[in-house]
Design a protein around this ligand. Sequence first.
Ligand code: GLN
Length: 546
Amino acid sequence: MNTKYIFVTGGVASSLGKGIIAASLAKLLQARGLRVTIQKFDPYINIDPGTLNPYEHGECYVTEDGAETDLDLGHYERFLGVHTSKANNVTTGKIYNTVITKEREGAYLGKTVQIVPHITDEIKRRMLLLGGTGEYDIIITEIGGTVGDMESQPFVEAVRQLQWELPEEDLMSIHLTLVPYLSAAGELKTKPTQHSVQMLQQSGVMPDVIVCRTEHPLSPEIRKKVAQFCNVKPGHVIESMDAWSIYQVPLNMHAEHLDELVVRHLDIENFNAPDLSGWEDFLERLRNPKHEVKIALVGKYVELQDAYKSISEAFLHAGAANLCKVKVVRVQSDYLDEGNVEEKIGGMDGILVAPGFGSRGLEGKVTAIRYAREHGIPFFGICLGMQMCVVEFARDVLGYKDAASTEVDPTSTHPVIDMMEDQKKTTVKGGTMRLGAYECELKPGTLAHSIYGKDIIAERHRHRYEFNGDYLEEFEKAGMVASGRNPQTGLVEIVELPSHPFFIGTQFHPEYKSTPEKPQPIFTAFIAAAMEYSGKRKTGARSVPR
Ligand code: GLN
């Protein structure tokens, strides 16, 4: 079978959830036994989102091979349970960078370099790249942005060209739109969808399926109207109602026969019903929790839902694994200090201090960590959160009052967190951090070792600073243990406090690898510890560390 290509575009409004629809369809096709991957083409000019402030596009997701990508790749991995790579996220910046580099090399032999054909050729090359590996039956490509935007035009043009270059049965186009409900009229309105499809058709792309985001069910008349005005078969108008969880969407799409329709359209001989038993089991657990815990998520981007996306999702997975509803209380670290810490996080069953960069909100993080350490509240620090628990311990237990990370205080006399040696040589900001998966060796007898149940693990990284090894002996003598280290470089990847019921900090980002069907073990153990703490608190039996 030839590799099949499905393109997903969006119209009417942004934030309709193209990534979730693409991931849901991919999940269904994978559950039918097909080999599927998803890629995202983003119209912005940044080479990748690594240099973007999370307030711009939400979290920066990191792949196993160290690409800094759009957060939709996180959804793809969580739904499919397979790794994506550098090739799965392409931006306008990457396309132009390649074309301009080739032009400087003289590769265009004196020709005028233009959007069509040179930019569109490079877009098409990348759209087909993963298909060429022979590893996949189906490649789903999500085109970022909204149809009609100036920036996404070259991508839509590339899809138009591919419609004629590939065999008809190897390509399919899905358009996601919004069907708004006007409460004054008591009606669903299809006009925005008609206009959006007209715009797509003017660009020469004919959608084969229209997925309609809606708050109310689509009546047969509405479906018929959309089909008639938008030139698709009546059965190819799919209803996508708001769901109680994004993880419910694959089942909703299956109920709408989306997967069936796709295999038929692409001429794939596949009569399997999708096997979603593991997925349904997860949903069942998610829907029927027996316990509840409150976790403080302490960070500086808490106002934005998407800034800590993978962490929020990892909490859902770990909650379901423990049959526990995890109420995440977002705490702005900018406004956290000794005077209000009790009031803000005193009632929590667990405290997670988030990753981050720069000095804003840093002292609030240190305050939260001290509170968790002194009150025996389960604590989990990720990346900057881990670095700050090292700083807090140095200040309060080792007595180094000016201990700091050189990221914010280069003059500290106790730089317990310092820039990694090889980072000192880099001046360029984009893509130069320590990125992607590295091995970590766990010390037997530690909390980390008991959580993972093995000696060597691999987790993903995104940082420039590290635990300063010069201080390790002192820390260990005073009770903070380095329970995970890189086997090649000795870099400290995990610290913990054996005297505390549950206190762990990881230099890596375990949240990136958590999926519904394989929840991340530290998150699962953290929620279990929070449940235990909450139980003890109710009976007044909690233990406070020394
Ligand atoms: N700013 C810190 C560093 O660069 C932590 C990074 C992070 O939290 N991802 O090392």
